[in-house]
Design a protein around this ligand. Sequence first.
Ligand code: FAD
Length: 322
Amino acid sequence: MRKVLVLTEAKAGNLRSVSLETLTAAHLIAEGGEIVAVAIGSEATHYANVLGKHGANKIYIIDNKDLDVYTTDAFSQALRQVIDAVEPDAILMPHTAIGKDLAPRIAARYGLGLVSDVIDVKVENDDVIFTRPIYSGKAFEKKKVVSGIPFATIRPNNIPVEEIIGTIEIVHFNVVIKNLRTIIKEVVRKTTGDVDLSEAKVVISGGRGVKSAEGFKPLQELADILDGAVGASRGACDAEYCDYSLQIGQTGKVVTPDLYIACGISGAIQHLAGMSNAKIVVAINKDPEAPIFQVADYGIVGDLFEVVPLLTEEFKKVLSNA
Ligand code: FAD
């Protein structure tokens, strides 16, 4: 039995689904042990019951004004105080911008090995084994932590969420944050779509073939119908058709949606690194020889400006009858 500490994350007051996936991962390795969820922010009390329905036995709620906006400094101080109080046998965090930044800091402080970007967890012969993709998703490696307790970040959209209802205890945990070296004065948010790209179940992505910022509109319309998010290739970002926050690939975001529709994207290896683990890939391209068709489950050879509006119309019809 292991006591597993899970850092959960919310965005604009809403719990991110990767938090529940990370709790499920914790359940898989706890083997009946206690799962302690850490929820930061004044709104955490609103979703504490959701954490309880997904395996958390104890929820540490930390409400401190220095944690209203993420800084490495403040969050690592807070989390270290929780770790010292809980003394977990394993730690899991979502592989998000926060997890990617915070986990190495925590690992270094405690001298722990860290396995990042994990897509599967299991226990074999009493060892916690983490699976993660390597070589841009072309192969997978299994790892265990040999220095300290198992510690990993969990990639969104990979571990199916389970409902696990048990007893929950809520602990309002006070932390002392001091000597901050970074003060956030203002956060300016970019206006992208409502759905978070890295957690979206459907991603409609545009490449240089979209030809302009205006050309992304039909993609956004299709995304809206399917409750999805719009992404892009670096080609499209470099051409200033869209913001770099939409870039998917080796130097952009890694997405693992149920459905990925690549529109006017050639399929360079660096792009595939960010999307090839999508469950279903649909490619729309004028060039039948485009490499994207080699990874696509369904390929449409045609002009995206004709195909995408047709798809939107068809999805509208199908969904209105559903
Ligand atoms: P192109 O390769 O120009 O392809 C455009 C496609 O659109 C073509 O296949 C064309 O047939 C099709 N097309 C044109 N018009 C239409 C139309 N009307 N209808 C349908 N199809 C049409 N790239 C990434 O995406 N993500 C990364 O993270 C990334 N990181 C990189 C890191 C490094 C170190 C390097 C060197 C490169 C990186 N790249 C990355 C760039 C990558 O190599 C490619 O240059 C880029 O992905 C190409 O973008 P694209 O497919 O949109 O453009």
